[in-house]
Each structure stands twice: as C-alpha cells, then as structure tokens.
Ligand binder design. Structure first.
Ligand code: ADP
Length: 329
C-alpha cells in the first residue's frame, strides 16, 4: 500500500560539482527499485525550509547522467548555521514524510547533514565538491572532472606557449586545497605547482626555471592554486608572472581559469563514483542507518560516522607533491 512505502529525500547543496546529477539519478533509481518513494528537494537546505519538493520517478532522472550542474539546483542557506534553522529543517523532513535524506555537497553541506541528524533526521552525506577536500574520502564527486577540464585548457595553452617559447602561469581553483593544482600539474607536466599546503616562493620557481633553461627547456607551465595567490607576500597571479618574467627573461602570461572548472560533462570515472556512492547511501537508509558519510577509500566504497569523519584533519599527499617536483624538469 502507498502509505507503507518508505520515502527518502535527496538534495544538493553548496558549490555545484559535475557528477551531482549522477548521484541524484543513482539515489532515485536504486530507491525506486527497492519500492521506496523518492522526493527531490530543490535549492538545497533553503528549499528544504521552503518545503520545495518534487516527486522523482524513474523517468524524471533520465538524461541527466551526463549533465554538469544539478537539476535539483543548489544554494547557500544562512539560516542553517543556527539551531532554529536546522530544527525547522527537521520539521520539514517530518512534514514531507521522509524517513531519510541524502545530502550531496561539500564540507559545509555535510556539516548541515550532521546538524540535521542531531535533530533526529537519518541523513547520509555524499562528498560532492570539485575541491577534493573531504578528509575521509580519497575522492569527491566533481574532482576528476574539474582536473580533466583544467588539463584540457592547459593543453591548449601549452600549444601556444610552446610555439612562442613562453611561460604560462595558470591559476586554478582551490582556496584551501591544492589537489586540483597538484593533479592537473602532474598530468600537464608543470614545471612548478604552487599550492596552499606547501610553503612556496617565487625564488624557488625562478631557480627551477633557470636550471631547466640551462638544459634547453624553452616553454613552461606553472600551476597556481587560487589559495596561494595573495598569501605569504606572494601577490596576485599576474604579479607573480611579472616577477618570473623579470627574473628569468621568459615571457610569462597569466591565465585565471575561474568558474569553467565547475561545469562540464562528468568524466567516466566521475559518473561511476557518483553512481556507486548514491546506491550505497540508499542501502544504508534501507537498513535504517543514518548519520554516515559515504567515502571512497582504496577503490572501495565505505561509510563513516558523520561526526567522526568531519572531525578528521585532511592529510595532504606529500609523496605525490615530491614526485611531481622530481619529474618536472
Ligand atoms: P559546501 O557544501 O560546498 O562546502 P558551504 O560551506 O557554503 O558549501 O555550505 C553549504 C550550506 O551548508 C551552507 O549555506 C549552510 O546552509 C550549510 N552549512 C554549512 N556549514 C554548516 C554548519 N556548520 N552547520 C549547519 N549547516 C551548515
């Protein structure tokens, strides 16, 4: 009977990331296959407070697997920082008849899920952010696509920088996490990667370029995470470029990639990660389990207590950084 069907909700929150739609699809399809009802909450926690919900059936999530952004829309919701806001969110879940809620988003959104869980809503968090900055998961939904977008753009810059014996200084996203810069830097053969986790200086970049100039290298790619610019007296990307050009004699141009990194068609790897994480979240809710974060560790999908997982400190992959430095001559 209809009344006996369990209903679960799903929402996307915070910064959008490619692959969020693939999670929504996997959540909806797997829940429906388990005879559950699925409700999509539009506009993240703001939409929850506004009781802005839509029924998701098998067809309503068709043709979204390959689309960037989020069909459920997303938002920042200041009211959720206050206990009263979260309490109203929990009330909304009860009014909507939800016996569980899947929250897809970055660190802030997962904290919102934790707060909702503390108010009695069985919530499952799925890390969805291009920044790859969720400590408990090796990869977040959105990261692989963002890295691939950067690679595609840098490859285009490389053609021209190679033809003109130039240096391209490319600023990529990442205020506190240098993962996009690090992964893209390795994949693009950047001569230097400047990230917030490692103390960097123009001196070190110039010294490395001078060494490689002596070996005959004529064009250079430098990747800079946005969190490094204007920190530790480094100045903006274009100010750094001016210093590099003055000290090496290599014409240096700046490219700030900006929001294009958030969009785009999710990669195969993204769609698969999103799909397995979405299905895992529904399996937990089916078993009546809430208060967990789904994570990818060593190619396995696991889940952790949400409070414990959000309390962890992110470990930076120093080994990967050193490796990049060693092979980029
Ligand atoms: P992201 O999820 O991409 O990290 P934000 O940090 O902006 O983005 O968080 C998205 C939303 O999650 C916020 O607008 C707010 O509604 C909610 N949120 C963030 N931090 C908390 C918190 N500590 N407690 C409750 N809700 C939070």
């Amino acid at each position: 009977m209809e009344q006996e069907r369990k209903t679960i909700g799903v929402l996307t929150s915070g910064g959008d990331a490619p692959g969020m739609n693939a999670v929504v699809r996997a959540v909806a399809r797997s829940a429906l296959s388990k005879e559950m009802r699925v409700v999509g909450i539009r506009h993240g926690f703001s939409g929850l407070l506004a009781r802005d919900a839509m029924e998701l059936d098998l067809r309503s999530v068709s043709e979204i697997l390959h689309r960037g952004g989020t069909i459920l829309y997303t938002s920042r919701c200041p009211a959720f920082y206050k206990e009263e806001g979260v309490r109203d969110g929990a009330r909304a879940c009860r009014e909507l008849g939800l016996c569980g809620l899947v929250v897809i988003g970055g660190d802030g959104s997962l904290r919102g899920a934790k707060a909702l869980f503390a108010q009695g809503v069985p919530c499952i968090g799925i890390p969805g952010t291009i920044d790859n900055d969720i400590a408990c998961s090796e990869y977040t939904v959105g990261f692989d696509t963002a890295v691939n977008t950067v690679i595609e753009l840098v490859d285009k810059l490389r053609d021209t920088s190679q033809s003109h014996d130039r240096c391209s200084l490319v600023e990529v996203m990442g205020r506190n996490s240098g993962d996009i810069a690090l992964y893209a830097g390795i994949a693009c053969g950047a001569v230097a990667i400047l990230i917030p986790e490692i103390e960097c200086s123009v001196d070190a970049v110039v010294a490395k370029m001078q060494r490689t100039l002596k070996m005959g290298k004529r064009h250079f790619i430098i990747i800079l995470a946005e969190g490094v610019a204007n920190r530790n007296g480094l100045g903006s990307a274009s100010e750094i470029a001016v210093q590099i050009e003055a000290r090496t004699g290599v014409e240096t141009r700046t490219a700030v990639l900006g929001y294009v990194q958030r969009g785009g068609v999710p990669t195969a790897r993204e769609r698969i990660l999103a799909s397995v994480m979405g299905v895992h979240a529904v399996e937990l809710l089916e078993r009546g389990i809430g208060g967990r974060i789904v994570a990818s560790v060593g190619n396995q999908i696991v889940d952790y207590d949400i409070a414990e997982a959000l309390g962890r400190k992110r470990e930076f992959n120093r080994h990967l950084y050193d490796l990049a430095d060693m092979i980029s001559i």
